[in-house]
Design a protein around this ligand. Structure first.
Ligand code: GUN
Length: 285
């Protein structure tokens, strides 16, 4: 059996078109959704992500600003800028690109973002809201995975979902979102003993470990849905996921590719959260 490949680019186009209409409605009312992205230092991967976020905003009718700080910037300076952006009426979403340089306490910087503009969903308030099932801004990558499952007609309730990875950005919120939809959850890490015994029990397997091709066909249940969140740059310059695509595609029922799978959905959900943040300001007037 060959897996159905979930086309993240096509799904992202579909979701962006739906939300572009919502952005246009706001613009007609005199409110253009606005996103501010803060980047500190010159991590090349972060610079690429930030530029693609700004481009995607442009294509969706969202105003965007990039606030670029040198590696030597102080934490106070960045927090002061966040406080200004918290008050800026043109800005509805604020995102601080991670990782920050080592002399920063990321938690303090993220907590400086007002909850209403925390479109990454990383502020402790929004994390708490996710735990209690009252999520305001779901973190973009797991939100994108949930959208992919929904758009592909993959049932969640009552099924066994295994998440490999325990990061605050993907693994933990992913498990909570699947749990909220009624899945039975197992959370593993790349260090879990007998990992294959757990992954082979997954109806839905989500992998976010940053270890290239660590999930091989023998670790997958026939017909399972396999979502690959990894993006690893190989020595030959090619991108590859955490799943061994070639072998797993012969075993899984559904599979996401890298690139062109979860990546485009992550940016899409950031656009959705920014437009939703702007809609909320309208609902308050
Ligand atoms: N770095 C890697 N992923 C993310 C993300 O989703 N948001 C932010 N702000 N930084 C990241």
């Amino acid at each position: 059996m060959s897996a159905k490949i979930i086309d993240g680019n096509a799904l992202a186009r579909e979701v962006r078109a739906e939300w572009k209409t919502r952005a246009e409605r706001l613009i007609e009312q005199g409110v253009q959704p606005g996103l501010a992205v803060i980047i500190v230092g010159s991590n090349p991967a972060s610079s690429i992500y930030v530029r693609s976020k700004a481009k995607a905003c442009d294509e969706t009718g969202i105003y965007s600003e990039i606030h670029d700080f040198p590696e030597s910037a102080s934490q106070d300076e960045v927090i002061q800028r966040i406080q200004e952006l918290n008050r800026a009426p043109r800005i509805h979403g604020i995102l601080v690109q991670l990782p920050l340089p080592n002399h920063f306490e990321s938690r303090k910087v993220i907590e400086a973002i007002t909850v209403e503009k925390d479109v990454d969903g990383f502020h402790l308030y929004n994390v708490g809201a996710l735990v209690t099932g009252n999520t305001v801004f779901p973190p973009c990558t797991p939100f994108g995975v949930m959208k992919m499952l929904e758009k592909s007609g993959i049932a969640i309730e009552g099924r066994h979902a295994v998440v490999v990875g325990r990061s605050n950005i993907v693994g933990k919120p992913m498990a909570l979102m699947l749990l909220e939809k009624g899945a039975t959850i197992t959370i593993c890490t790349s260090k879990t003993h007998n990992l294959a015994e757990h992954t082979r029990r997954a109806d839905i397997l989500v992998v976010a470990t940053g270890k290239p091709r660590m999930i091989t066909a023998d670790m997958v249940k026939p017909g399972a849905t396999v979502i690959d969140v990894g993006i690893n740059r190989m020595p030959d310059g090619k991108l590859t996921g955490d799943v061994d695509f070639e072998s797993v595609k012969e075993k899984a029922g559904y599979l996401t590719p890298v690139p062109g799978g979860v990546g485009p959905m992550t940016i899409t959900m950031l656009l959705c959260n920014t437009i939703a943040a702007a809609e909320r300001t309208q609902a308050r007037v």
